[in-house]
Design a protein around this ligand. Structure first.
Ligand code: AMP
Length: 518
């Protein structure tokens, strides 16, 4: 078996690795590091959790050990799709490079340009960035990419989802052709294959097992039930979620709860809090400082339930998450794998519950086809719906029951007994869950390429750059402390400037059905 000392890494890196407590390299590390150290391009097909970050960081630090940074000309570049992932790579870099004198800068939206400019002016060895912010710096003439010797693209499949591929192509073109490229993606969509063919030179192709096939430490359960009424589905799912968390008792030390839509992330978090749980939301519309604080709280245990959207939680490395709850069945089967992979990490046991109603059958079949096994059916816990509309600011009366023109709530005129304000015990109807085997034909499944955020790529690049810039500007705040409720509602047209995740806002807002229909 390969050991770290077989890998010809800089002794200072080896010391740091030892101090991190790693005993043996993971398969992606054992296979990628020798090629990377030999100066070869690497195409790594690996998901988060496989140790892929160290598989490019360790050889980079070793290779950059010689040489010196020049002002405004970073010697290496790591591109990550989200701020959180970029920050995580930066943290990894700090850990592994702590015995060297290498310098780094993190260029992400939501952070003032001034500080970042100063670092770049001084010269950095490693630049870790999200694509939009990097191009902004470049366009402002503050950054030259002609000195980049090593370029890493991390989570290329998520870059594709977020419409960043044209930006990545542009960045490739701004770096010297002689650079070394280390390129990582969980999947190889045709668009990604095209990029690798264009920009990688005879790469060493390394593929490691998908997380789903290796996730033997995760106990998965599908909690399928039929809501008593369609319009009560949302409230009843919240009640089921509470019952599941309570049933897990002290075993549930912390958990990530995934919702398909940002709007639901907020409502579910608020609802849990109202029921006495220690919960906080995280999604791309929240201000960066709030997201960072929430994540820090989740890491240090002061927040125990993190209610999240896929994008916000994607790739986050928090080793000791005891549970994952899928409040919604994800409409993209790969997201199921990513979500449950947040638990059962580093050899620990984890539990993953997925709440499903009959309308999820199609997505469930796609997931079971992808993971090549049925998700074991769990028992639906007895649950009690006690949500009042006041509790969450929103109840099940989506769409139809709300008078769109006047914004008036029609249910207000209904007899009180029809309104779910008092606790209501709901008889549990266990759904007849579709037999898992019948997987839909590949073409029937919602395809990533069809997602609405793809449209971004069809727009002229200048338009997109303008959008990116707008998102990176500081948010405009007005009206003193008072913000009327209606302004807090989510709108389809984003003028939110807080996140480089805003491309995904449209996707996060899409109801699962609609996203599939699109
Ligand atoms: P990644 O796939 O890069 O997100 O890494 C997943 C987790 O594995 C992180 O917590 C790393 O600190 C950890 N890790 C990376 N390499 C090793 C290793 N060789 N042995 C043990 N843990 C590791």
């Amino acid at each position: 078996m390969t050991t770290f000392s077989d890998l010809a890494l800089d002794p200072r890196v080896l010391t740091a690795v030892q101090e991190a407590g790693y005993e043996t390299p993971t398969p992606i590390q054992a296979q990628a590091i020798p090629h990377a150290l030999a100066g070869r391009d690497v195409l790594g097909i690996a998901q988060t959790g496989t140790g892929k970050t160290a598989s490019f960081t360790l050889p980079m630090i070793t290779l950059l050990g010689r040489g010196r940074a020049k002002a405004r000309m970073p010697r290496s570049l790591v591109l990550a799709p989200t701020r959180e992932l970029a920050a995580q790579v930066a943290e990894n870099f700090d850990t592994y490079a702590k015995h060297t004198k290498l310098t780094k800068a993190l260029l992400i939206g939501g952070v003032a340009f001034g500080e970042q400019d100063k670092l770049i002016d001084r010269g950095v060895d490693v630049l870790i960035a999200t694509p939009g912010r990097l191009l902004d710096h470049h366009e402002r003439g503050k950054l030259l990419l002609t000195g980049v010797q090593i370029m890493v693209v991390d989570e290329a499949d998520r870059m594709l989802d977020m419409g960043f591929i044209p930006d990545i192509e542009r960045i490739f073109q701004l770096t010297p052709p002689g650079r070394q490229t280390l390129f990582f993606s969980a999947t190889m969509a045709p668009e990604i294959e095209r990029i690798t063919k264009t920009f990688l030179k005879d790469p060493a192709k390394i593929e490691v097992a998908r997380q789903a096939t290796a996730s033997t430490t995760i106990d998965q359960q599908l909690i399928a039930f039929t809501p008593s009424r369609k319009d009560r589905s949302f409230a009843e799912k919240r009640a089921v979620l509470r019952a599941l968390i309570r049933a897990e008792g002290e075993g549930c030390t912390n958990a990530i709860i995934f919702c398909n839509r940002k709007m639901d992330v907020d409502v579910v978090a608020k609802s849990l809090k109202q029921h006495g749980f220690n919960a906080a939301p995280i999604h791309g519309d929240l201000d960066q400082s709030v997201r960072t604080r929430t994540l820090d709280g989740f890491r240090d245990g002061s927040v125990t339930l993190l209610v999240a959207s896929d994008v916000a939680a994607r790739g986050l490395d928090i080793p000791s998450v005891s549970h994952v709850f899928n409040f919604d069945v994800p409409s993209h089967p790969e997201d199921y794998v990513h979500r449950i992979g947040r638990t059962g990490r580093a050899g620990r046991k984890g539990r993953a519950f997925t709440i499903a109603t009959p309308s999820d059958d199609k997505y469930l079949a796609a997931i079971e086809s992808l993971v090549k096994m049925p998700i074991p059916r769990g028992e639906v816990p007895a649950f009690e719906v006690s949500d009042s509309p006041r509790e969450t600011g929103r109840d099940d009366r989506r769409g139809k029951d709300r008078d769109r023109r006047s914004g008036r709530d029609r249910n207000r005129d209904r007899p009180a007994r029809d309104r779910a304000e008092a606790p209501v015990s709901v008889p549990v109807a266990v759904a007849e869950v579709a037999a898992p085997a019948a997987a839909p034909a590949r073409d029937d499944r919602p395809r990533r390429e069809d997602r609405p955020d793809r449209l971004r790529e069809d727009r002229p690049r200048e338009d997109r750059r303008r959008d990116d810039r707008r998102r990176d500007d500081p948010p405009v705040v007005g009206m003193g402390d008072h913000v009327p409720d209606f302004l807090l509602r989510s709108f389809r047209l984003k003028i939110d400037m807080s996140a480089d995740l805003a491309e995904t806002a449209a996707a996060e807002d899409q109801p699962a059905d609609q996203s599939a229909a699109d």
